[in-house]
Ligand binder design. Structure first.
Ligand code: ASP
Length: 513
């Protein structure tokens, strides 16, 4: 029997996971109530009311403190969690046939779990393993990468080209997002009813994010890139600070006598190599982990929310598709001699891991492995360009932030003029740089973009529900652009390998632009 390739297994895991998750999806209305020492599952309710007894002239009366209709399952759960005097509250359900059921002494109100989410720990272990590797790998490989470039001028040249290329792709990405949002106008298609429902369901989540009070003025942003204590930066996983420290350490290792620099470089080279070998082993569980991750996401979030936010989601996904399948191939064609098909063929594993983990940092070890072994990018370039790109280069996130800002503005009835849209280009580019390469941070940094043009921040409540799924989608171009930059820089330095039609990699200078 022919051996199935790892990336094919991962894709099979992904598809089966989506099917499994939709079969065992968590009901959007069922609630599991734990009360006294019993449990009950409530389905098909039409209204849920929280009731509190009040005393009126010595007479005990029930007073309804909050009611929710059947589409607001999540709100019921959150409202209960937020109650201070949980034990005094009664939860009463009404049903279509006018019958009622009520519960007292409630311990918890939850969604009914299914096997769709039960396997998730396998996926969590996989993500944790990749994350465990990411920080030491970024640190070690950047130190080695910077130290192996011939001199300071060489570091500045490669660094300048890399940052220039990242800036170019980000600006084009944001422009694609703005054009898509202007053409489709997703916010104008949303009904006031859906808006009210989304705001009601997600306003508490939005508040939690807004309270984190993210803000970014350029000067503070630049100052904060310098770590006060690199060990703290490593412990906190602050990638921008780690990158700054690692590049400096690499550069100044070149300035001390080779006899003393060599053991340090050898040490970090050993760390980096070991991490890459470890990734290859971890990837054996990838198909199973991807299966459980996708199954859990589909089971928990389902596709319903995608339907409510259909036009917004389509606008983001369309933008990301143009970015991935138009902008990147064009750049590949302009800057390298690699065939577009060959490039994408080598990236399957990278893309599957990015999609299922929603984390550029977790995908970095895989990206490094693939870029060196399958695309023939020399280690010194991959070790420098990829960790830098993972940290600062987030085209997908930048595009998403532009569309999200436009969408929220449209829903709130703001007409953004050209100057405001140009402000979005700038702030989204910066916000994406400041976005940590882990799940969900793009949404948090979106608040900065909204603030910059005066769009109400609480508007993020409109898009939180669909963020997990769009995060998976935007992480794909985030990592793909890093691989692209890697081959472009290697090509421009005349140091790229060539892939033969049978997939074998050969190094020859004629392949180089
Ligand atoms: N999940 C994204 C990444 O890791 C960041 C984001 O957009 O939230 O690339």
């Amino acid at each position: 029997m022919p051996k199935i390739k790892l990336h094919t297994k991962i894709i099979i895991g992904l598809v089966l996971g989506a099917i499994f998750g939709s079969i065992f999806s968590i009901s959007g209305s069922k609630l599991e109530i734990s009360y006294k020492s019993e449990r009950a599952v409530i389905d098909d309710w039409t209204e849920a009311s929280f009731i509190k007894p009040v005393w009126d002239n010595g007479v005990k009366k029930d007073s309804v403190i909050k009611s929710f209709d059947k589409s607001l399952q999540v709100s019921v759960i959150k409202y209960f969690k937020g109650l201070k005097d949980k034990k005094d509250v009664i939860l009463k359900f009404k049903f279509a046939d006018n019958s009622e059921r009520q519960f007292e002494s409630i311990n918890s109100v939850e969604k009914v779990k299914t096997i769709g989410t039960a396997l998730r720990p396998v996926g969590d272990i996989f993500i944790r393993l990749l994350n465990m590797i990411a920080v030491p790998l970024v640190l070690a490989s950047l130190i080695v990468g910077a130290a192996s470039l011939t001199d300071l001028k060489h570091v500045a040249k490669i660094g300048g080209k890399t940052l220039g290329f990242y800036a170019l792709t980000a600006v084009v990405a944001i422009t694609i997002g703005l054009v898509a949002a202007n053409l489709i106008q997703p916010g104008h298609i949303m009904s006031p009813d859906s808006k009210a429902r989304l705001m009601e369901t997600y306003q508490d989540d939005a508040k939690v994010k807004i309270e984190q009070n993210v803000s970014m003025d350029l000067v503070t942003f630049l100052v904060n890139i310098v770590p006060k204590n690199p060990f703290k930066a490593i412990a906190d996983g602050d990638f921008l600070q780690i990158v700054f420290f690692a590049i400096l350490l690499g550069i100044f290792l070149m300035q001390i006598p080779p006899g003393r620099a060599k053991p340090v470089i050898n040490f970090f080279e050993g760390v980096s190599d070991a991490m890459i070998v470890l990734v290859e082993k971890i990837m054996y569980i990838a198909p199973y982990a991807v299966f459980t991750l996708i199954a859990a996401t589909v089971a928990e979030f389902g596709f319903d929310i995608l339907i409510t936010l259909f036009w917004y989601s389509i606008t983001v996904i369309l933008g990301l598709t143009v970015l991935t399948f138009v902008e990147y191939p064009v750049l590949l064609k302009i800057f390298t001699k690699i065939k577009i098909r060959d490039f994408f063929r080598t990236q399957k594993q990278v893309l599957a891991v990015a999609f299922s983990t929603s984390s550029s940092a977790a995908t970095l070890p895989v990206t490094m492995d693939v870029c060196e072994k399958k695309l023939g990018v020399p280690k010194k370039i991959a070790s420098f360009v990829l960790p830098l790109g993972t940290t600062v280069n987030m085209d997908g996130t930048a595009l998403y932030q532009a569309v999200a800002a436009m969408f929220i503005a449209q829903v709130y009835g703001f007409d953004l003029n050209l100057t405001q849209q140009l402000t979005i280009v700038l702030t989204a580019a910066l916000a994406a740089i400041g976005t940590a390469p882990v799940p969900g941070v793009g949404l948090l940094m979106l608040i900065i973009v909204l603030k910059s043009v005066g769009i109400p921040e609480e508007g993020i409540a409109l898009i939180i529900g669909v963020d997990r799924i769009l995060d998976m989608c935007r992480t794909v171009p985030n990592v793909l652009a890093d691989s692209l930059a890697c081959v472009v820089i290697a090509s421009s330095e005349g140091e790229l390998g060539k892939i033969k039609p049978d997939g074998e990699l050969v190094y020859e200078d004629s392949a180089v632009v």
